[in-house]
Structure formats: C-alpha cells, structure tokens
Design a protein around this ligand. Structure first.
Ligand code: F3S
Length: 417
C-alpha cells in the first residue's frame, strides 16, 4: 500500500504504541483487499463495545489499547449496550453484567467515545454528509449511511472500527470506491407498501436474492419516509450481505436508474419483481407463531425515530396493554428523553408499554428471555426475528403493531398530557 508520510509515522510507532497497533491492523486489512492507499475518515461507529459481544478477549483488547494511550481522533459513537442501564434492576438484569458494561463504557469514554449506545447514531446528530468516508460497524447503520446519506463505509467489525477511530484512516477498498457503489440488480416494486413493516419485508425478500450485490429499487414512491428506508436497509443487510442500495429518484446516488447503475444495462435476468404475492409470501415465511401467543412485543429495530414513537403513541393512546404481555419500544436514550419532554413517553407508559433505551435483545445475555419465561415474541422487524430466533431461542410472530393491536391491548382511559 502507498502510505503518506503521516501514515508511515503511525506505522513505525512514532505516534505511540496504540496508533502503531491500529495502523498495523488497517494495513493488513488493506493488503487482504488489494487496497492501494488509505482514505481519511471523519467518523467511526463502534460495535462489540459491550462485554457480551466483545467477550473476555475483546474487552481486554479494548482496555489494553486504552492503557497504551489510545485516543479517538474522529467523532466515535457506540452501538447498543447489553442491558437497560436505567431500569436494569426492574427488568431483571444482574448487578454483575451492569458493572461489566459500565467499566467497558468508561474505558471507551476515556478514549473520547460518545457512549450513546444506539444503532441509529444518525438520528441523534452523528450524521455524515454525502461522499464523506466513515468507518462504521452495525449492519443497519452502515447501509443507512451508504444508501440514504450517501456517505461511504464498509462493514466494519469491532477491531477495525476501533483502529479507524484511533488513526482516522481506513483502507480504500469496497464501498469507498465509486466502482463498487453502482447497482447491478433491479428490484421492480409493483405493490403499494404500507408502513415500515412492509418495507422491512421488501428488504428481507431482496437481501435473500441479491446477497452482496447492490440493488436498485424502482416503483418506490417519492413519499417514502426515513423510517421506511431504515426498515428496508436493516432487513436487506440481514438476509443478505449488501451494505448499499439505491431507490430511483429518492436516494442521493440514484437521480436516475442510469446514474445508479453507472450506465450499465441491467438485463431481464437481473430484474426481479416484488408484487402482492411476494409481499404476502415473504411476510408469512417470517412468522412462526400467532400474535395471541406473544409474551413480549418488541418494536423499534433499528432503534425508533421520534416519528415512529409518535406512531406507536397514537396506536396505544387510550388503550391498556393486556396483563399477560409486555410491549417494549427500543430507542436511543437521547430520543427517549425527547419523547419524555414532548409527552409521547407518558402516553406510551400510561398504556403500560415501555420505552427501553440504549440496548437491544441482540447483545443481551443469551438466556435472558428463556430464564424469564418469555418464549414467543411479536416483532415488526425481520432483523429482530433473525437475532431472537438464532441467538435467543425464542419463536416469533412477524407483523405491524397496528395489525395485532386488539390482541395485545384493550380499550383504556385516554391519556391527558
Ligand atoms: Fe438495532 Fe438491535 Fe435491531 S442493534 S438494528 S435494535 S437488532
């Protein structure tokens, strides 16, 4: 790789041990992918910054970097923690896991990290601009950064994200290069999509077909919302490994199909239709239980936007969650506070639902749900289904809350705010 004089200094250890270790890792990564150079990044988003995902080895690695004097040179945010840090006792988390999470978060904060514990950092001000190079982990955030914001990032893992935060560099390969960002497969949407869950279903269908290819969507209306695109990308990056997509006339690199494909013609063999049949079949394939069986309803994957919180509050207003079920809405702590300030949290809490901040079931202890007797969950996100069924051994119903609201709630008193 061709390194600048500054990058050579980092590699030779002139900028300290931690910077040297980080640069060695990035150079090795670059060589694996035949990168010719490094590219400066303007931000990092870290995954595996909770003791369960990082494990003992990863936790020691992060602490060792801090001991060697590592400091983040670009704004750096963190993915969800492995427990609810405010309501941990009430929700049944152990003191031990709380202390482990706090100790690790403290080390990350000492290095200069913004410990926000959310998979939607772009909703709370960590929002790169068009064509900015960044080093982000978290598949749903990565695909949002590439597709919706037009920023450029590969799918970073824990160590490489840390290395970029410490050096301000990443190897120039993959989605950092123009040639890898063009769409090569077309998805023609021939059905009206209603709400985030339908967009999640489209993403799930698409990811299974395109795998690592970048899809171009046509037929999606201009009225598509940020949270629709958030749901689409999160599901697409779960059933497939693509980290980018285009929606013609909507996303920044797709003013037209021609621009999105880099003027390459996409033939009929690479053109797939998504109509009412595909929507129904995909939705059905995601459900393995009826909503009546749900012990918990989990909403807000990826972490909810304030618009989504408002939508859930509207659905729950004047209703009461039934005594045999819980409703969790996952959210960043920053937006939970905002929801409290503007009265939405009160509506949700009066209905008996809970805004669960700074965490997500995915990084929670493996047996957390089974130990509490939770066996069936109703969720509105294919990504959450994937994590719950593969890592937490629970069965899921898939659908939007509006479709099963009468099953999990009953009429109650209207909330006065
Ligand atoms: Fe976020 Fe957890 Fe879903 S990290 S994207 S809420 S699986």
């Amino acid at each position: 790789m061709r390194l600048t004089a500054e990058e050579q200094e980092m590699l030779s250890g002139e900028r300290g041990n931690a910077v040297q270790k980080a640069m060695e890792l990035l150079v090795a990564l670059g060589e694996c992918y035949d990168a010719e150079r490094m590219v400066p990044v303007t931000s990092a988003h870290l995954v595996a910054c909770n003791p369960i995902a990082a494990g003992k080895g990863g936790t020691r690695y992060i602490k060792d970097l801090a001991k060697c004097g590592a400091i983040f040179v670009v704004p750096t945010t963190t993915n969800p923690a492995c427990l609810e840090l405010w309501d941990w006792k009430e929700m049944g988390f152990s003191q031990e896991i709380k202390q482990e999470q706090e100790a690790l978060s403290e080390v990350i904060a000492q290095m200069g990290g913004f410990v926000c514990n959310t998979c939607t950092p772009y909703l709370i001000g960590h929002t790169p601009l068009f064509r900015e190079h960044v080093a982000w982990g978290e598949s749903s955030a990565i695909i949002y950064a590439n597709a919706v914001l037009g920023a450029r990032t590969n799918r970073e893992g824990g160590p490489t994200g840390l290395a970029s935060a410490i050096t301000g560099r990443t190897p120039a390969y993959g989605y950092h290069l123009d040639e890898n960002r063009y769409g090569t497969i077309k998805i023609v949407v021939n059905v009206e999509l209603h709400g985030d869950t339908d967009y999640g279903t489209l993403g799930y269908f698409t990811g299974k077909i395109v795998r690592d290819k970048v899809p171009i969507f046509t037929g999606i209306p201009l009225s598509v919302s940020h949270s629709n695109l958030k749901a689409l990308g999160a599901a697409l990056a779960t059933s497939g490994s693509a980290a980018h997509y285009h929606v013609v006339s909507v996303t920044p690199e797709a003013p037209s199909e021609e621009v999105a494909s880099g003027s390459r013609r996409i033939g009929s063999s690479d053109t797939i239709e998504f109509g009412p049949r595909e929507l129904k079949k995909s939705e059905e394939s995601l459900s393995a239980a009826e909503p009546e069986a749900a012990d918990v309803v989990i909403l807000g994957c990826p972490h909810a936007s304030i618009d989504q919180v408002k939508h859930y509050a509207n659905l729950l207003s004047g209703r009461k969650v039934r005594s045999n079920v819980e409703i969790w809405i996952l959210i960043s702590h920053a937006l939970k506070q905002y929801a409290e300030d503007i009265g939405l949290a009160k509506i949700i809490e009066c209905a008996g639902a809970r805004l669960v901040s700074n965490t997500c079931p995915s990084p929670m202890p493996r047996e957390f749900f089974r130990e509490r007797g939770y066996r069936v969950m109703a969720v509105d996100s294919p990504k959450m289904i994937y994590y719950l069924s593969t890592t937490k051994n629970v069965t899921c119903h898939y659908g939007s809350l509006s479709k099963f609201i009468d099953i999990v709630t009953k009429k109650g008193q209207p909330t006065v705010i």
